[in-house]
Design a protein around this ligand. Structure first.
Ligand code: DX5
Ligand code: ZN
Length: 225
């Protein structure tokens, strides 16, 4: 799955930018990734619930909301109530990730847990049954266009082993620095869903970039077995 990040899109034309990855066929994004930043959890400020509500009216691509915010227990459920497909918050931002996940699911969305590049996976393995998605950050959250950190792929390989051995139902997503040079190693490590901001919205044809990235990932995953 490919999830273009609108962080690299034109914020004054978000409806058109969503349509640019809405198909037809292989040019269609699987999810649209929406980076919500609060200038506290990360040193950047982007958009919030009103913009997500407008986007939901402008596109039928499922919205993948990535909340890089403090106090997700308070702020995350409204994104689910509004109709986001997936609501992901950061493990580092709460003491009670299970409660936040339950509230997101009760409000009708899939729940995602995200971990920063320096955050270990092990303490969270036990609670992943309460989640639908694990989002592994492959850059420090806050900005698009950064360089991919390949060391995080050890976490992707580790969770893939757990998923296989414990029959866990969990999508593994990666976010940051994904492009034609990096997507294959991520696919080989077992990633299911690839967020790509600058690689999609920096391309002349964003839809064609979605199709090309998906093909590259599928071929690498098939070769890796
Ligand atoms: C970074 C965001 C990413 C960002 C990725 O904090 O979470 O979703 O848009 O941008 P690229 O693909 O350019 O690294
Ligand atoms: Zn993101």
């Amino acid at each position: 799955m490919i999830a273009p990040s609108i962080l690299s899109a034109d914020f004054a034309n978000l409806g058109a930018e969503a349509r640019a990855v809405a198909g037809p066929g292989a040019d269609r994004a699987d999810w649209l990734h929406v980076d919500v930043m609060d200038a506290h959890f990360v040193p950047n400020l982007t958009l919030g619930l009103p913009v997500v509500e407008s986007l939901l009216k402008a596109t039928d691509i499922p919205l993948d909301c990535h909340l890089m915010i403090e106090d997700p227990g308070r702020w995350a459920p409204p994104y689910a109530e509004a109709g986001a497909h997936n609501v992901t918050f950061h493990a580092e931002a709460t003491d009670d990730p299970i409660a936040v996940a339950r509230d997101i699911r009760a409000a009708g969305a899939k729940a995602g847990l995200s971990i920063k590049p320096g955050t270990p996976l092990e303490p969270y393995i036990e609670i992943l049954r309460d989640f639908d998605t694990l989002l592994i950050m492959s850059v420090e959250p806050g900005f698009g266009g950064q360089k991919f950190i390949p060391e995080v792929l050890a976490k992707a390989r580790a969770i893939r082993r757990v998923i296989d051995s414990e029959d866990l139902r969990l999508l593994v997503e990666i976010d940051g620095g994904i492009n034609a040079d990096t997507i294959e190693q991520a696919a080989e490590a077992g990633i299911d869903c690839f967020v790509a901001g600058s690689a999609v919205y920096g391309a002349d044809d964003p839809g064609a970039a979605v199709a090309a990235l998906r093909d590259q990932a599928a071929a690498a995953r098939a070769t890796a077995g």
